[in-house]
Design a protein around this ligand. Structure first.
Ligand code: BTN
Length: 326
């Protein structure tokens, strides 16, 4: 009910009458009034004028079900939505839920993450109220397991577009899927998958975005940033989550048409911060340097070296700029 009222207020320029809300949701005036008061207690600034009705002036930055559902415009992501004040890891919970039958598009979001997982066994911990931890369950009917790693690049494109749209900042992608602003990482992603030999049971795309962080631990401060640190502004985390999901649906559909990146390569390359720059490839079989040229249709990075162009697969290696993180 609160989410529906919020949605109605958000979708209207100006005031919505109490009568209209009663009729639309088939509830009494008292029920509407109570819901409005509860929303005010949660921090929503809702103006009321007799004979005109209610108008929303501002919303608090809450990452909860009411807020997310009132903004939801996606077709399939978030149809089932699970929000947590505190969680161990949204990816771990999403993987468990997927195993227990949660449908395609299930979205798990948390305000605080105590034992979040990063790539290569690292952690991704998030205090309350500061950042976004979200995981999307995907149960693709048709996707070949060998093509699934490309989803990581699809997610990167969705996040970079969402950040651009919501903040006006100019994020880029450090191959394969770190999102960076001014050379520092603002978002990391971890894609996990449960498969049989030739069949995907489910995939979980986990996304962590630094939003309001004012500082980072010293060991991270030269390579981590937040949307706040880059702009001096605070953004709605719920609106960012919704934008990521909308863009993800868009790019996922394009990807699934061909199960490769032919429909997305040009756009992806246009955000690639490594492009035409010197990179060091941290390959366990031997490090080397070269110039990053862009991605292949399968999402590998093409690197020009004195010995010729090499194709780098994200599963095996890390890429660094030769003068720093990017
Ligand atoms: C990286 O190392 O760059 C990947 C970080 C991924 C963090 C996100 S936060 C939401 C989701 N849940 C997790 O436990 N990890 C991912």
């Amino acid at each position: 009910m609160k989410a529906k009222i919020l949605q109605a207020l958000r979708e209207t320029d100006g005031y919505v009458s109490g009568q209209q809300l009663c009729e639309q949701f088939q509830v009494s005036r008292t029920a509407v009034w109570k819901a409005i008061n509860q929303l005010r207690e949660m921090g929503y600034d809702i103006d009321s004028v007799s004979n005109k009705g209610y108008c929303i002036r501002s919303a608090p930055d809450l990452l909860n079900k009411n807020e997310l559902m009132s903004l939801r415009k996606t077709a399939w992501i978030g149809q089932r939505l699970e929000c947590f004040d505190v969680i161990g890891s949204t990816n771990t919970t999403a993987m468990q839920m997927a195993e227990e039958g949660a449908p395609n598009g299930t979205l798990v979001v948390a305000d605080r993450q105590d034992s979040g997982k990063g790539r290569r066994g690292r952690g991704w911990v998030m205090p309350a109220g500061i950042a976004i931890a979200m995981s999307i369950v995907i149960k693709p009917e048709e996707l070949q397991p060998g093509n699934a790693p490309m989803l990581t690049l699809v997610s990167a494109l969705a996040v970079v577009r969402a950040i651009e749209e919501q903040t006006g900042l100019q994020p880029g992608i450090k191959w394969p899927n770190d999102i960076v602003i001014n050379g520092k990482k603002v978002c990391g992603m971890l894609t996990e998958m449960s498969t049989q030999i030739d069949y995907i049971n489910h995939i979980v795309v986990g996304i962590g975005i630094n939003v309001h962080n004012e500082q980072f631990p010293e060991e991270l401060s030269d390579r981590a940033t937040s949307l706040y640190l880059e702009s001096g502004k605070h953004y709605s985390r719920a609106a960012l989550v919704e934008a990521v999901c909308e863009y993800f649906e868009h790019y996922y559909e394009i990807f699934m048409r061909t199960q490769d990146l032919s429909g997305l390569k040009t756009e992806y390359d246009s955000f690639l911060v490594n492009k035409d720059r010197q990179v060091r490839i941290l390959d366990p079989l031997g490090e080397y340097e070269g110039t990053a040229l862009g991605i292949t249709l399968r999402g590998e990075l093409l690197v020009e070296t004195p010995e010729g162009v090499r194709t780098v697969d994200s599963g095996e290696v890390s890429v660094r700029g030769i003068y720093g993180y990017v």
